[in-house]
Design a binder for this molecule. Structure first.
Ligand code: SF4
Ligand code: SF4
Length: 897
């Protein structure tokens, strides 16, 4: 962009070609007021408050919509400009219910500020006041819309339509009757609004506000703390607004590198659980089957003496620990160190085993690194995006927003492969509705066509990859016709998708647990890697294999060694040199034998081999497959310690419960799905006697005879950096602003936006010949329906937090069992009917939701609801390579209750 010189208010300033007068003025610290402009939204020019005088121009121009020109002379504050602006603001005020006294936006309202700056007296407006009489819409639990405070700036409409690519808010009527309406002029609650809250974030007045924040504090009374969202792996930057030790409001941080101010319903409205009366605030010891409050000394001493006794009696292998994808990097590092040093084994794992273990296993084999190859916002540069096994709009809503934006604004094409008719299908060019558990066949079919059509990237394959011939021989057998038979997707659709993907200049693959939670999870991931290498779509911007991590810090918990086979940074425990490095750093001998995984821990407890388990922030009694078996296994333990923020289903079975601080009560870092390490900041003091997880673990280590004391979470990160090459340059003070994406090996390294540029981490990318293998359990006569499990937009993981959020639990208070209308008709089930769902392992009762989203012969049940725990039904059959259970496919039968 070339430099453009102009004069604003008598000052010679420079801007860049393509900039508007408003942008150039802002950059040169010249303030022009505006009401409709928002830097994230398209230019509207509606409010005309930003008008300026341009020498030679007959009329005043809106500075937000007028590009700068060389030699232009602009006056932003002339008498004529001031008069025009004042008239606009007075006109707005004549139709505005000026109720500043109790308006939630008092102190944070652009209209109020302008009226004040212009010294406007409401008693002497130049125009007659016409009090608007449109009713307030408070139908939804999340947002109040007060049309009498609306100035028709259009920001909310642009945010809803252009930014989120939803079409809930819009203008209706014309001329002086024009107004903003939701849906077909229905109350908001009757529309399909997802309550992302983008509209209220950009509203310059009090026309849109958070319902639960009403009367909780004036803007000037609130302390603002910037932190990272505790829910999904996108890692949105949040602003927590705090008063008297409570979070009273959340806004998206406009400078947040991953979200640019946007949030989803969970990030924006799901925070009240932090101050829930259900929070654990004191240690608990179970005596005669009942929990009793205890002091920290009593509880910690009991934990230590019991672990020491079990270790002495049964040996080190009788103890294990579960770390947590919800806790910080520092918590997880300290936890895995505790297990390795104090238990003396590598029996540490966490729920990544249940979501993305195949990603780590598969991508490590193919590329040498098990993480998302590219950055989130690179999706905005892709020509084709292939989303497979990811219900992105519900599980990673802000990433789905980018996908919809690049389609709507830049004409990118979307291929969706999913048995369910997920929301993204409405935006797709091609939808491949495969049978559950047939992903390898489908991907092989796509690659068969790509090779047959000569759309593969020979140059990339021969210069960067290996084992192509063996892979090709396998793929050649997966003709579109054969794949149609296996997957149910027509050969024509397979060809269409393959040609679209193979013909793209920049194609990006996005996947999630629909790919990984299978006994063939690792094979599925290897197939996505094959597809990227085959078409040369890796190692470049806006391409790559992009696994979306489910929980806020599942990437970080893996990175920091909360896995049984690796120390932090994926350094193998069975590599002697690595082991010696950690022994020297930690000053103790370490085991070189990999430990056991999540499901293996359950089985070991069931078989009597595991006697003591320490669980930090996990809830296996909801998240693991075959819950009846898990319950029996936990029951057989001699000692169970749970450290958590709530008395979860698992905590209820514990012998000792240790109360932990929530994300809002401690410092540390989370690593998002795109390898970005970001700060988590303390906003309120820990409730009761809660402590940050890492501090509790250090207390236990000290009592077990190993001194593990750090002055702060930042000190923990210093140790991480010293021992972990991919985090070598990561220090808390470097994480202000955008954070850092690993690999970041040294203090002066800027971090890495995309991996495998010029060279794969393992040298050459390796193709794998992968054959289709059917799921472990398919429907049969006795159990004729295929069950798939997953998440809902409004809830998170095992529901411990979101079920205690008033807005979220009001939006979805009960577990829905999604069933296709055809199956529902055949079984005599109506929408809302109570149904019993049974598998070979258990049964649940819940309400039916009759919907075309589920394919015929299939039911979908989310796993957030303890009263209808989907994992009572699921199958614990494991992927032999990554040991993930097959949570996405099992056989059930359903009957009306
Ligand atoms: S509701 Fe707010 S953002 Fe929407 S048009 Fe009215 S004032 Fe503007
Ligand atoms: S849950 Fe995910 S998408 Fe939603 S606000 Fe949090 S990080 Fe962002």
């Amino acid at each position: 962009m070339s430099e453009v010189e102009l004069t604003i208010d008598g000052r010679r300033v420079s801007g860049r070609s393509g900039q508007t007068i408003l942008e150039a003025a802002n950059e040169n610290s010249i303030h022009i007021p505006t009401l409709c402009h928002h830097p994230r939204l398209p230019i509207s020019g509606a409010c005309r408050v930003c008008v300026v005088e341009i020498e030679g121009a007959p009329r005043l121009e809106a500075s937000c919509a007028t590009p700068i020109r060389k030699g232009m002379i602009v006056r932003t504050d002339s008498e004529r400009v001031r008069r025009a602006r004042r008239m606009m603001v007075e006109l707005l005020l004549t139709r505005h219910k000026v109720h500043c006294l109790t308006c939630e936006s008092n102190g944070n309202c652009d209209l109020q500020d302008l009226a004040y700056q212009m010294e406007i007296d409401m008693d002497s407006l130049s125009f007659e006041i016409e009090e608007p009489d449109e009713p307030i819409d408070s139908s939804s639990p999340a947002i109040i819309r007060d049309p009498s405070k609306c100035i028709l700036c259009g920001r909310c409409v642009a945010a809803c339509q252009d930014e989120r690519v939803e079409h809930i808010l819009g203008f209706v009527e014309r001329g002086s009757d024009v107004r903003v309406a939701s849906g077909m002029s229905q109350p908001l609650f009757e529309t399909d609004c997802t309550y992302c809250g983008e509209c209220l974030q950009v509203c310059p007045t009090g026309a849109l506000i958070e319902k639960q924040s009403r009367f909780m504090g004036r803007w000037w009374e609130l302390e603002r703390v910037e932190t990272t969202c505790p829910y999904c792996g996108v890692g949105c930057a949040l602003e927590l607004y705090v008063k008297d030790g409570r979070i009273v409001k959340v806004r998206g941080a406009e400078g947040g590198v991953e979200n640019m101010g946007s949030l989803c319903v969970k990030g924006r409205f799901g925070y009240d659980w932090v101050n829930s009366p259900d929070r654990l605030t004191t240690p608990l010891i179970k005596r005669e089957g009942k929990f009793e409050p205890a002091t920290w000394d009593e509880a910690l001493d009991q934990v230590v003496s019991k672990f020491q006794e079990l270790k002495k009696r049964y040996g080190s292998s009788a103890l294990a620990g579960l770390a947590s994808a919800k806790c910080t990097n520092e918590d997880n590092y300290v936890f895995q160190k505790f297990v390795r040093v104090c238990f003396g084994n590598n029996n540490v794992d966490h729920c990544a085993r249940l979501c993305h273990a195949p990603t780590v296993a598969g991508l490590s084999k193919a590329f040498g690194s098990g993480a998302m190859t590219n950055s989130i916002r690179e999706l905005l540069g892709a020509d084709v995006i292939f989303v497979t096994g990811s219900n992105t709009t519900e599980n990673h809503p802000v990433i789905a927003m980018y996908i919809k934006q690049v389609i709507a604004e830049k004409g990118a094409r979307l291929i969706v492969a999913d048995p369910r008719k997920i929301d993204l299908v409405d935006h797709a060019t091609v939808w491949l509705r495969q049978r559950g558990g047939t992903d390898v066949a489908l991907l092989n079919g796509l690659m068969n066509v790509i090779i047959g059509e000569g759309l593969h990237d020979e140059e990339f394959i021969w210069s960067r990859c290996e084992n192509f011939e063996e892979f090709k021989r396998t793929v050649e057998r997966y003709t579109p016709d054969l794949v149609e038979e296996i997957t149910g997707v027509s050969a024509d659709k397979i060809r269409e998708a393959a040609i679209l993907f193979g013909g793209a200049e920049k194609a990006s693959i996005v996947f999630s647990m629909g790919i990984t939670q299978h006994i063939t999870g690792t094979d599925n991931v290897l197939s996505t890697a094959n597809l990227a290498m085959l078409t040369g779509n890796v190692g470049r911007e806006s391409t790559g294999v992009n696994p979306l991590r489910g929980q806020n810090n599942v990437q970080g918990a893996c990175d920091l060694g909360a896995l049984p086979n690796v120390y932090s940074g994926y350094q193998p425990v069975d590599d002697e040199a690595t082991r010696i490095k950690f022994e020297e750093a930690w000053g103790v001998p370490l085991s070189g034998e990999p430990g056991i995984t999540v499901v293996e821990m359950t089985n070991a407890a069931y078989n009597g081999d595991l006697k003591g388990l320490y669980v930090m922030g996990e809830n296996p009694l909801m998240s693991d497959p075959d819950l009846n078996h898990v319950r029996e296994a936990l029951d057989k333990l001699e000692f169970l310690v749970v450290q958590d923020i709530f008395l979860s289903e698992t905590a209820q079975m514990a012998d000792v419960v240790l109360p932990a601080a929530s994300f809002a009560e401690k410092e540390g870092t989370f690593t998002n799905t795109a390898r970005r390490i970001q700060m988590v900041r303390k906003a309120i003091e820990p409730l009761g006697s809660c402590l940050p997880d890492w501090e509790i673990v250090c207390e236990l280590a000290g009592r077990m005879g190993y001194n593990m004391s750090y002055g702060s979470a930042s000190d923990v990160m210093e140790e991480i950096a010293a021992l972990t090459p991919i985090y070598g340059g990561v220090h808390h003070e470097r994480l202000e602003g955008d954070g850092l994406q690993w690999p970041c090996p040294s203090q002066d390294h800027p971090g890495t936006a995309f991996l495998h540029k010029d060279r794969f981490t393992r040298g050459r990318g390796r193709f794998h010949a992968v054959e289709y293998v059917p799921p472990a359990e398919y429907p049969d006569e006795e159990y004729p329906l295929l069950l798939t499990t997953g998440r809902l937009l409004q809830h998170f993981h095992t529901g411990t937090m979101t079920r205690r959020s008033e807005v979220l639990d009001t939006l979805i208070p009960e577990c829905p069992v999604e069933i296709n209308p055809e199956d529902a008709r055949r079984l005599g089930v109506g929408d809302g009917d109570e149904v019993r769902v049974k598998s070979r392992r258990g049964e649940i009762t819940a309400g039916a939701k009759v919907t075309e989203r589920s394919p015929v012969g299939s039911v979908f049940i989310p796993f957030h609801f303890s009263e209808a725990a989907a994992n009572l039904l699921t199958n614990a059959a494991l992927d032999p390579s990554s040991k993930i259970p097959e949570l996405k496919v099992c056989a059930v039968r359903l009957e009306k209750k």
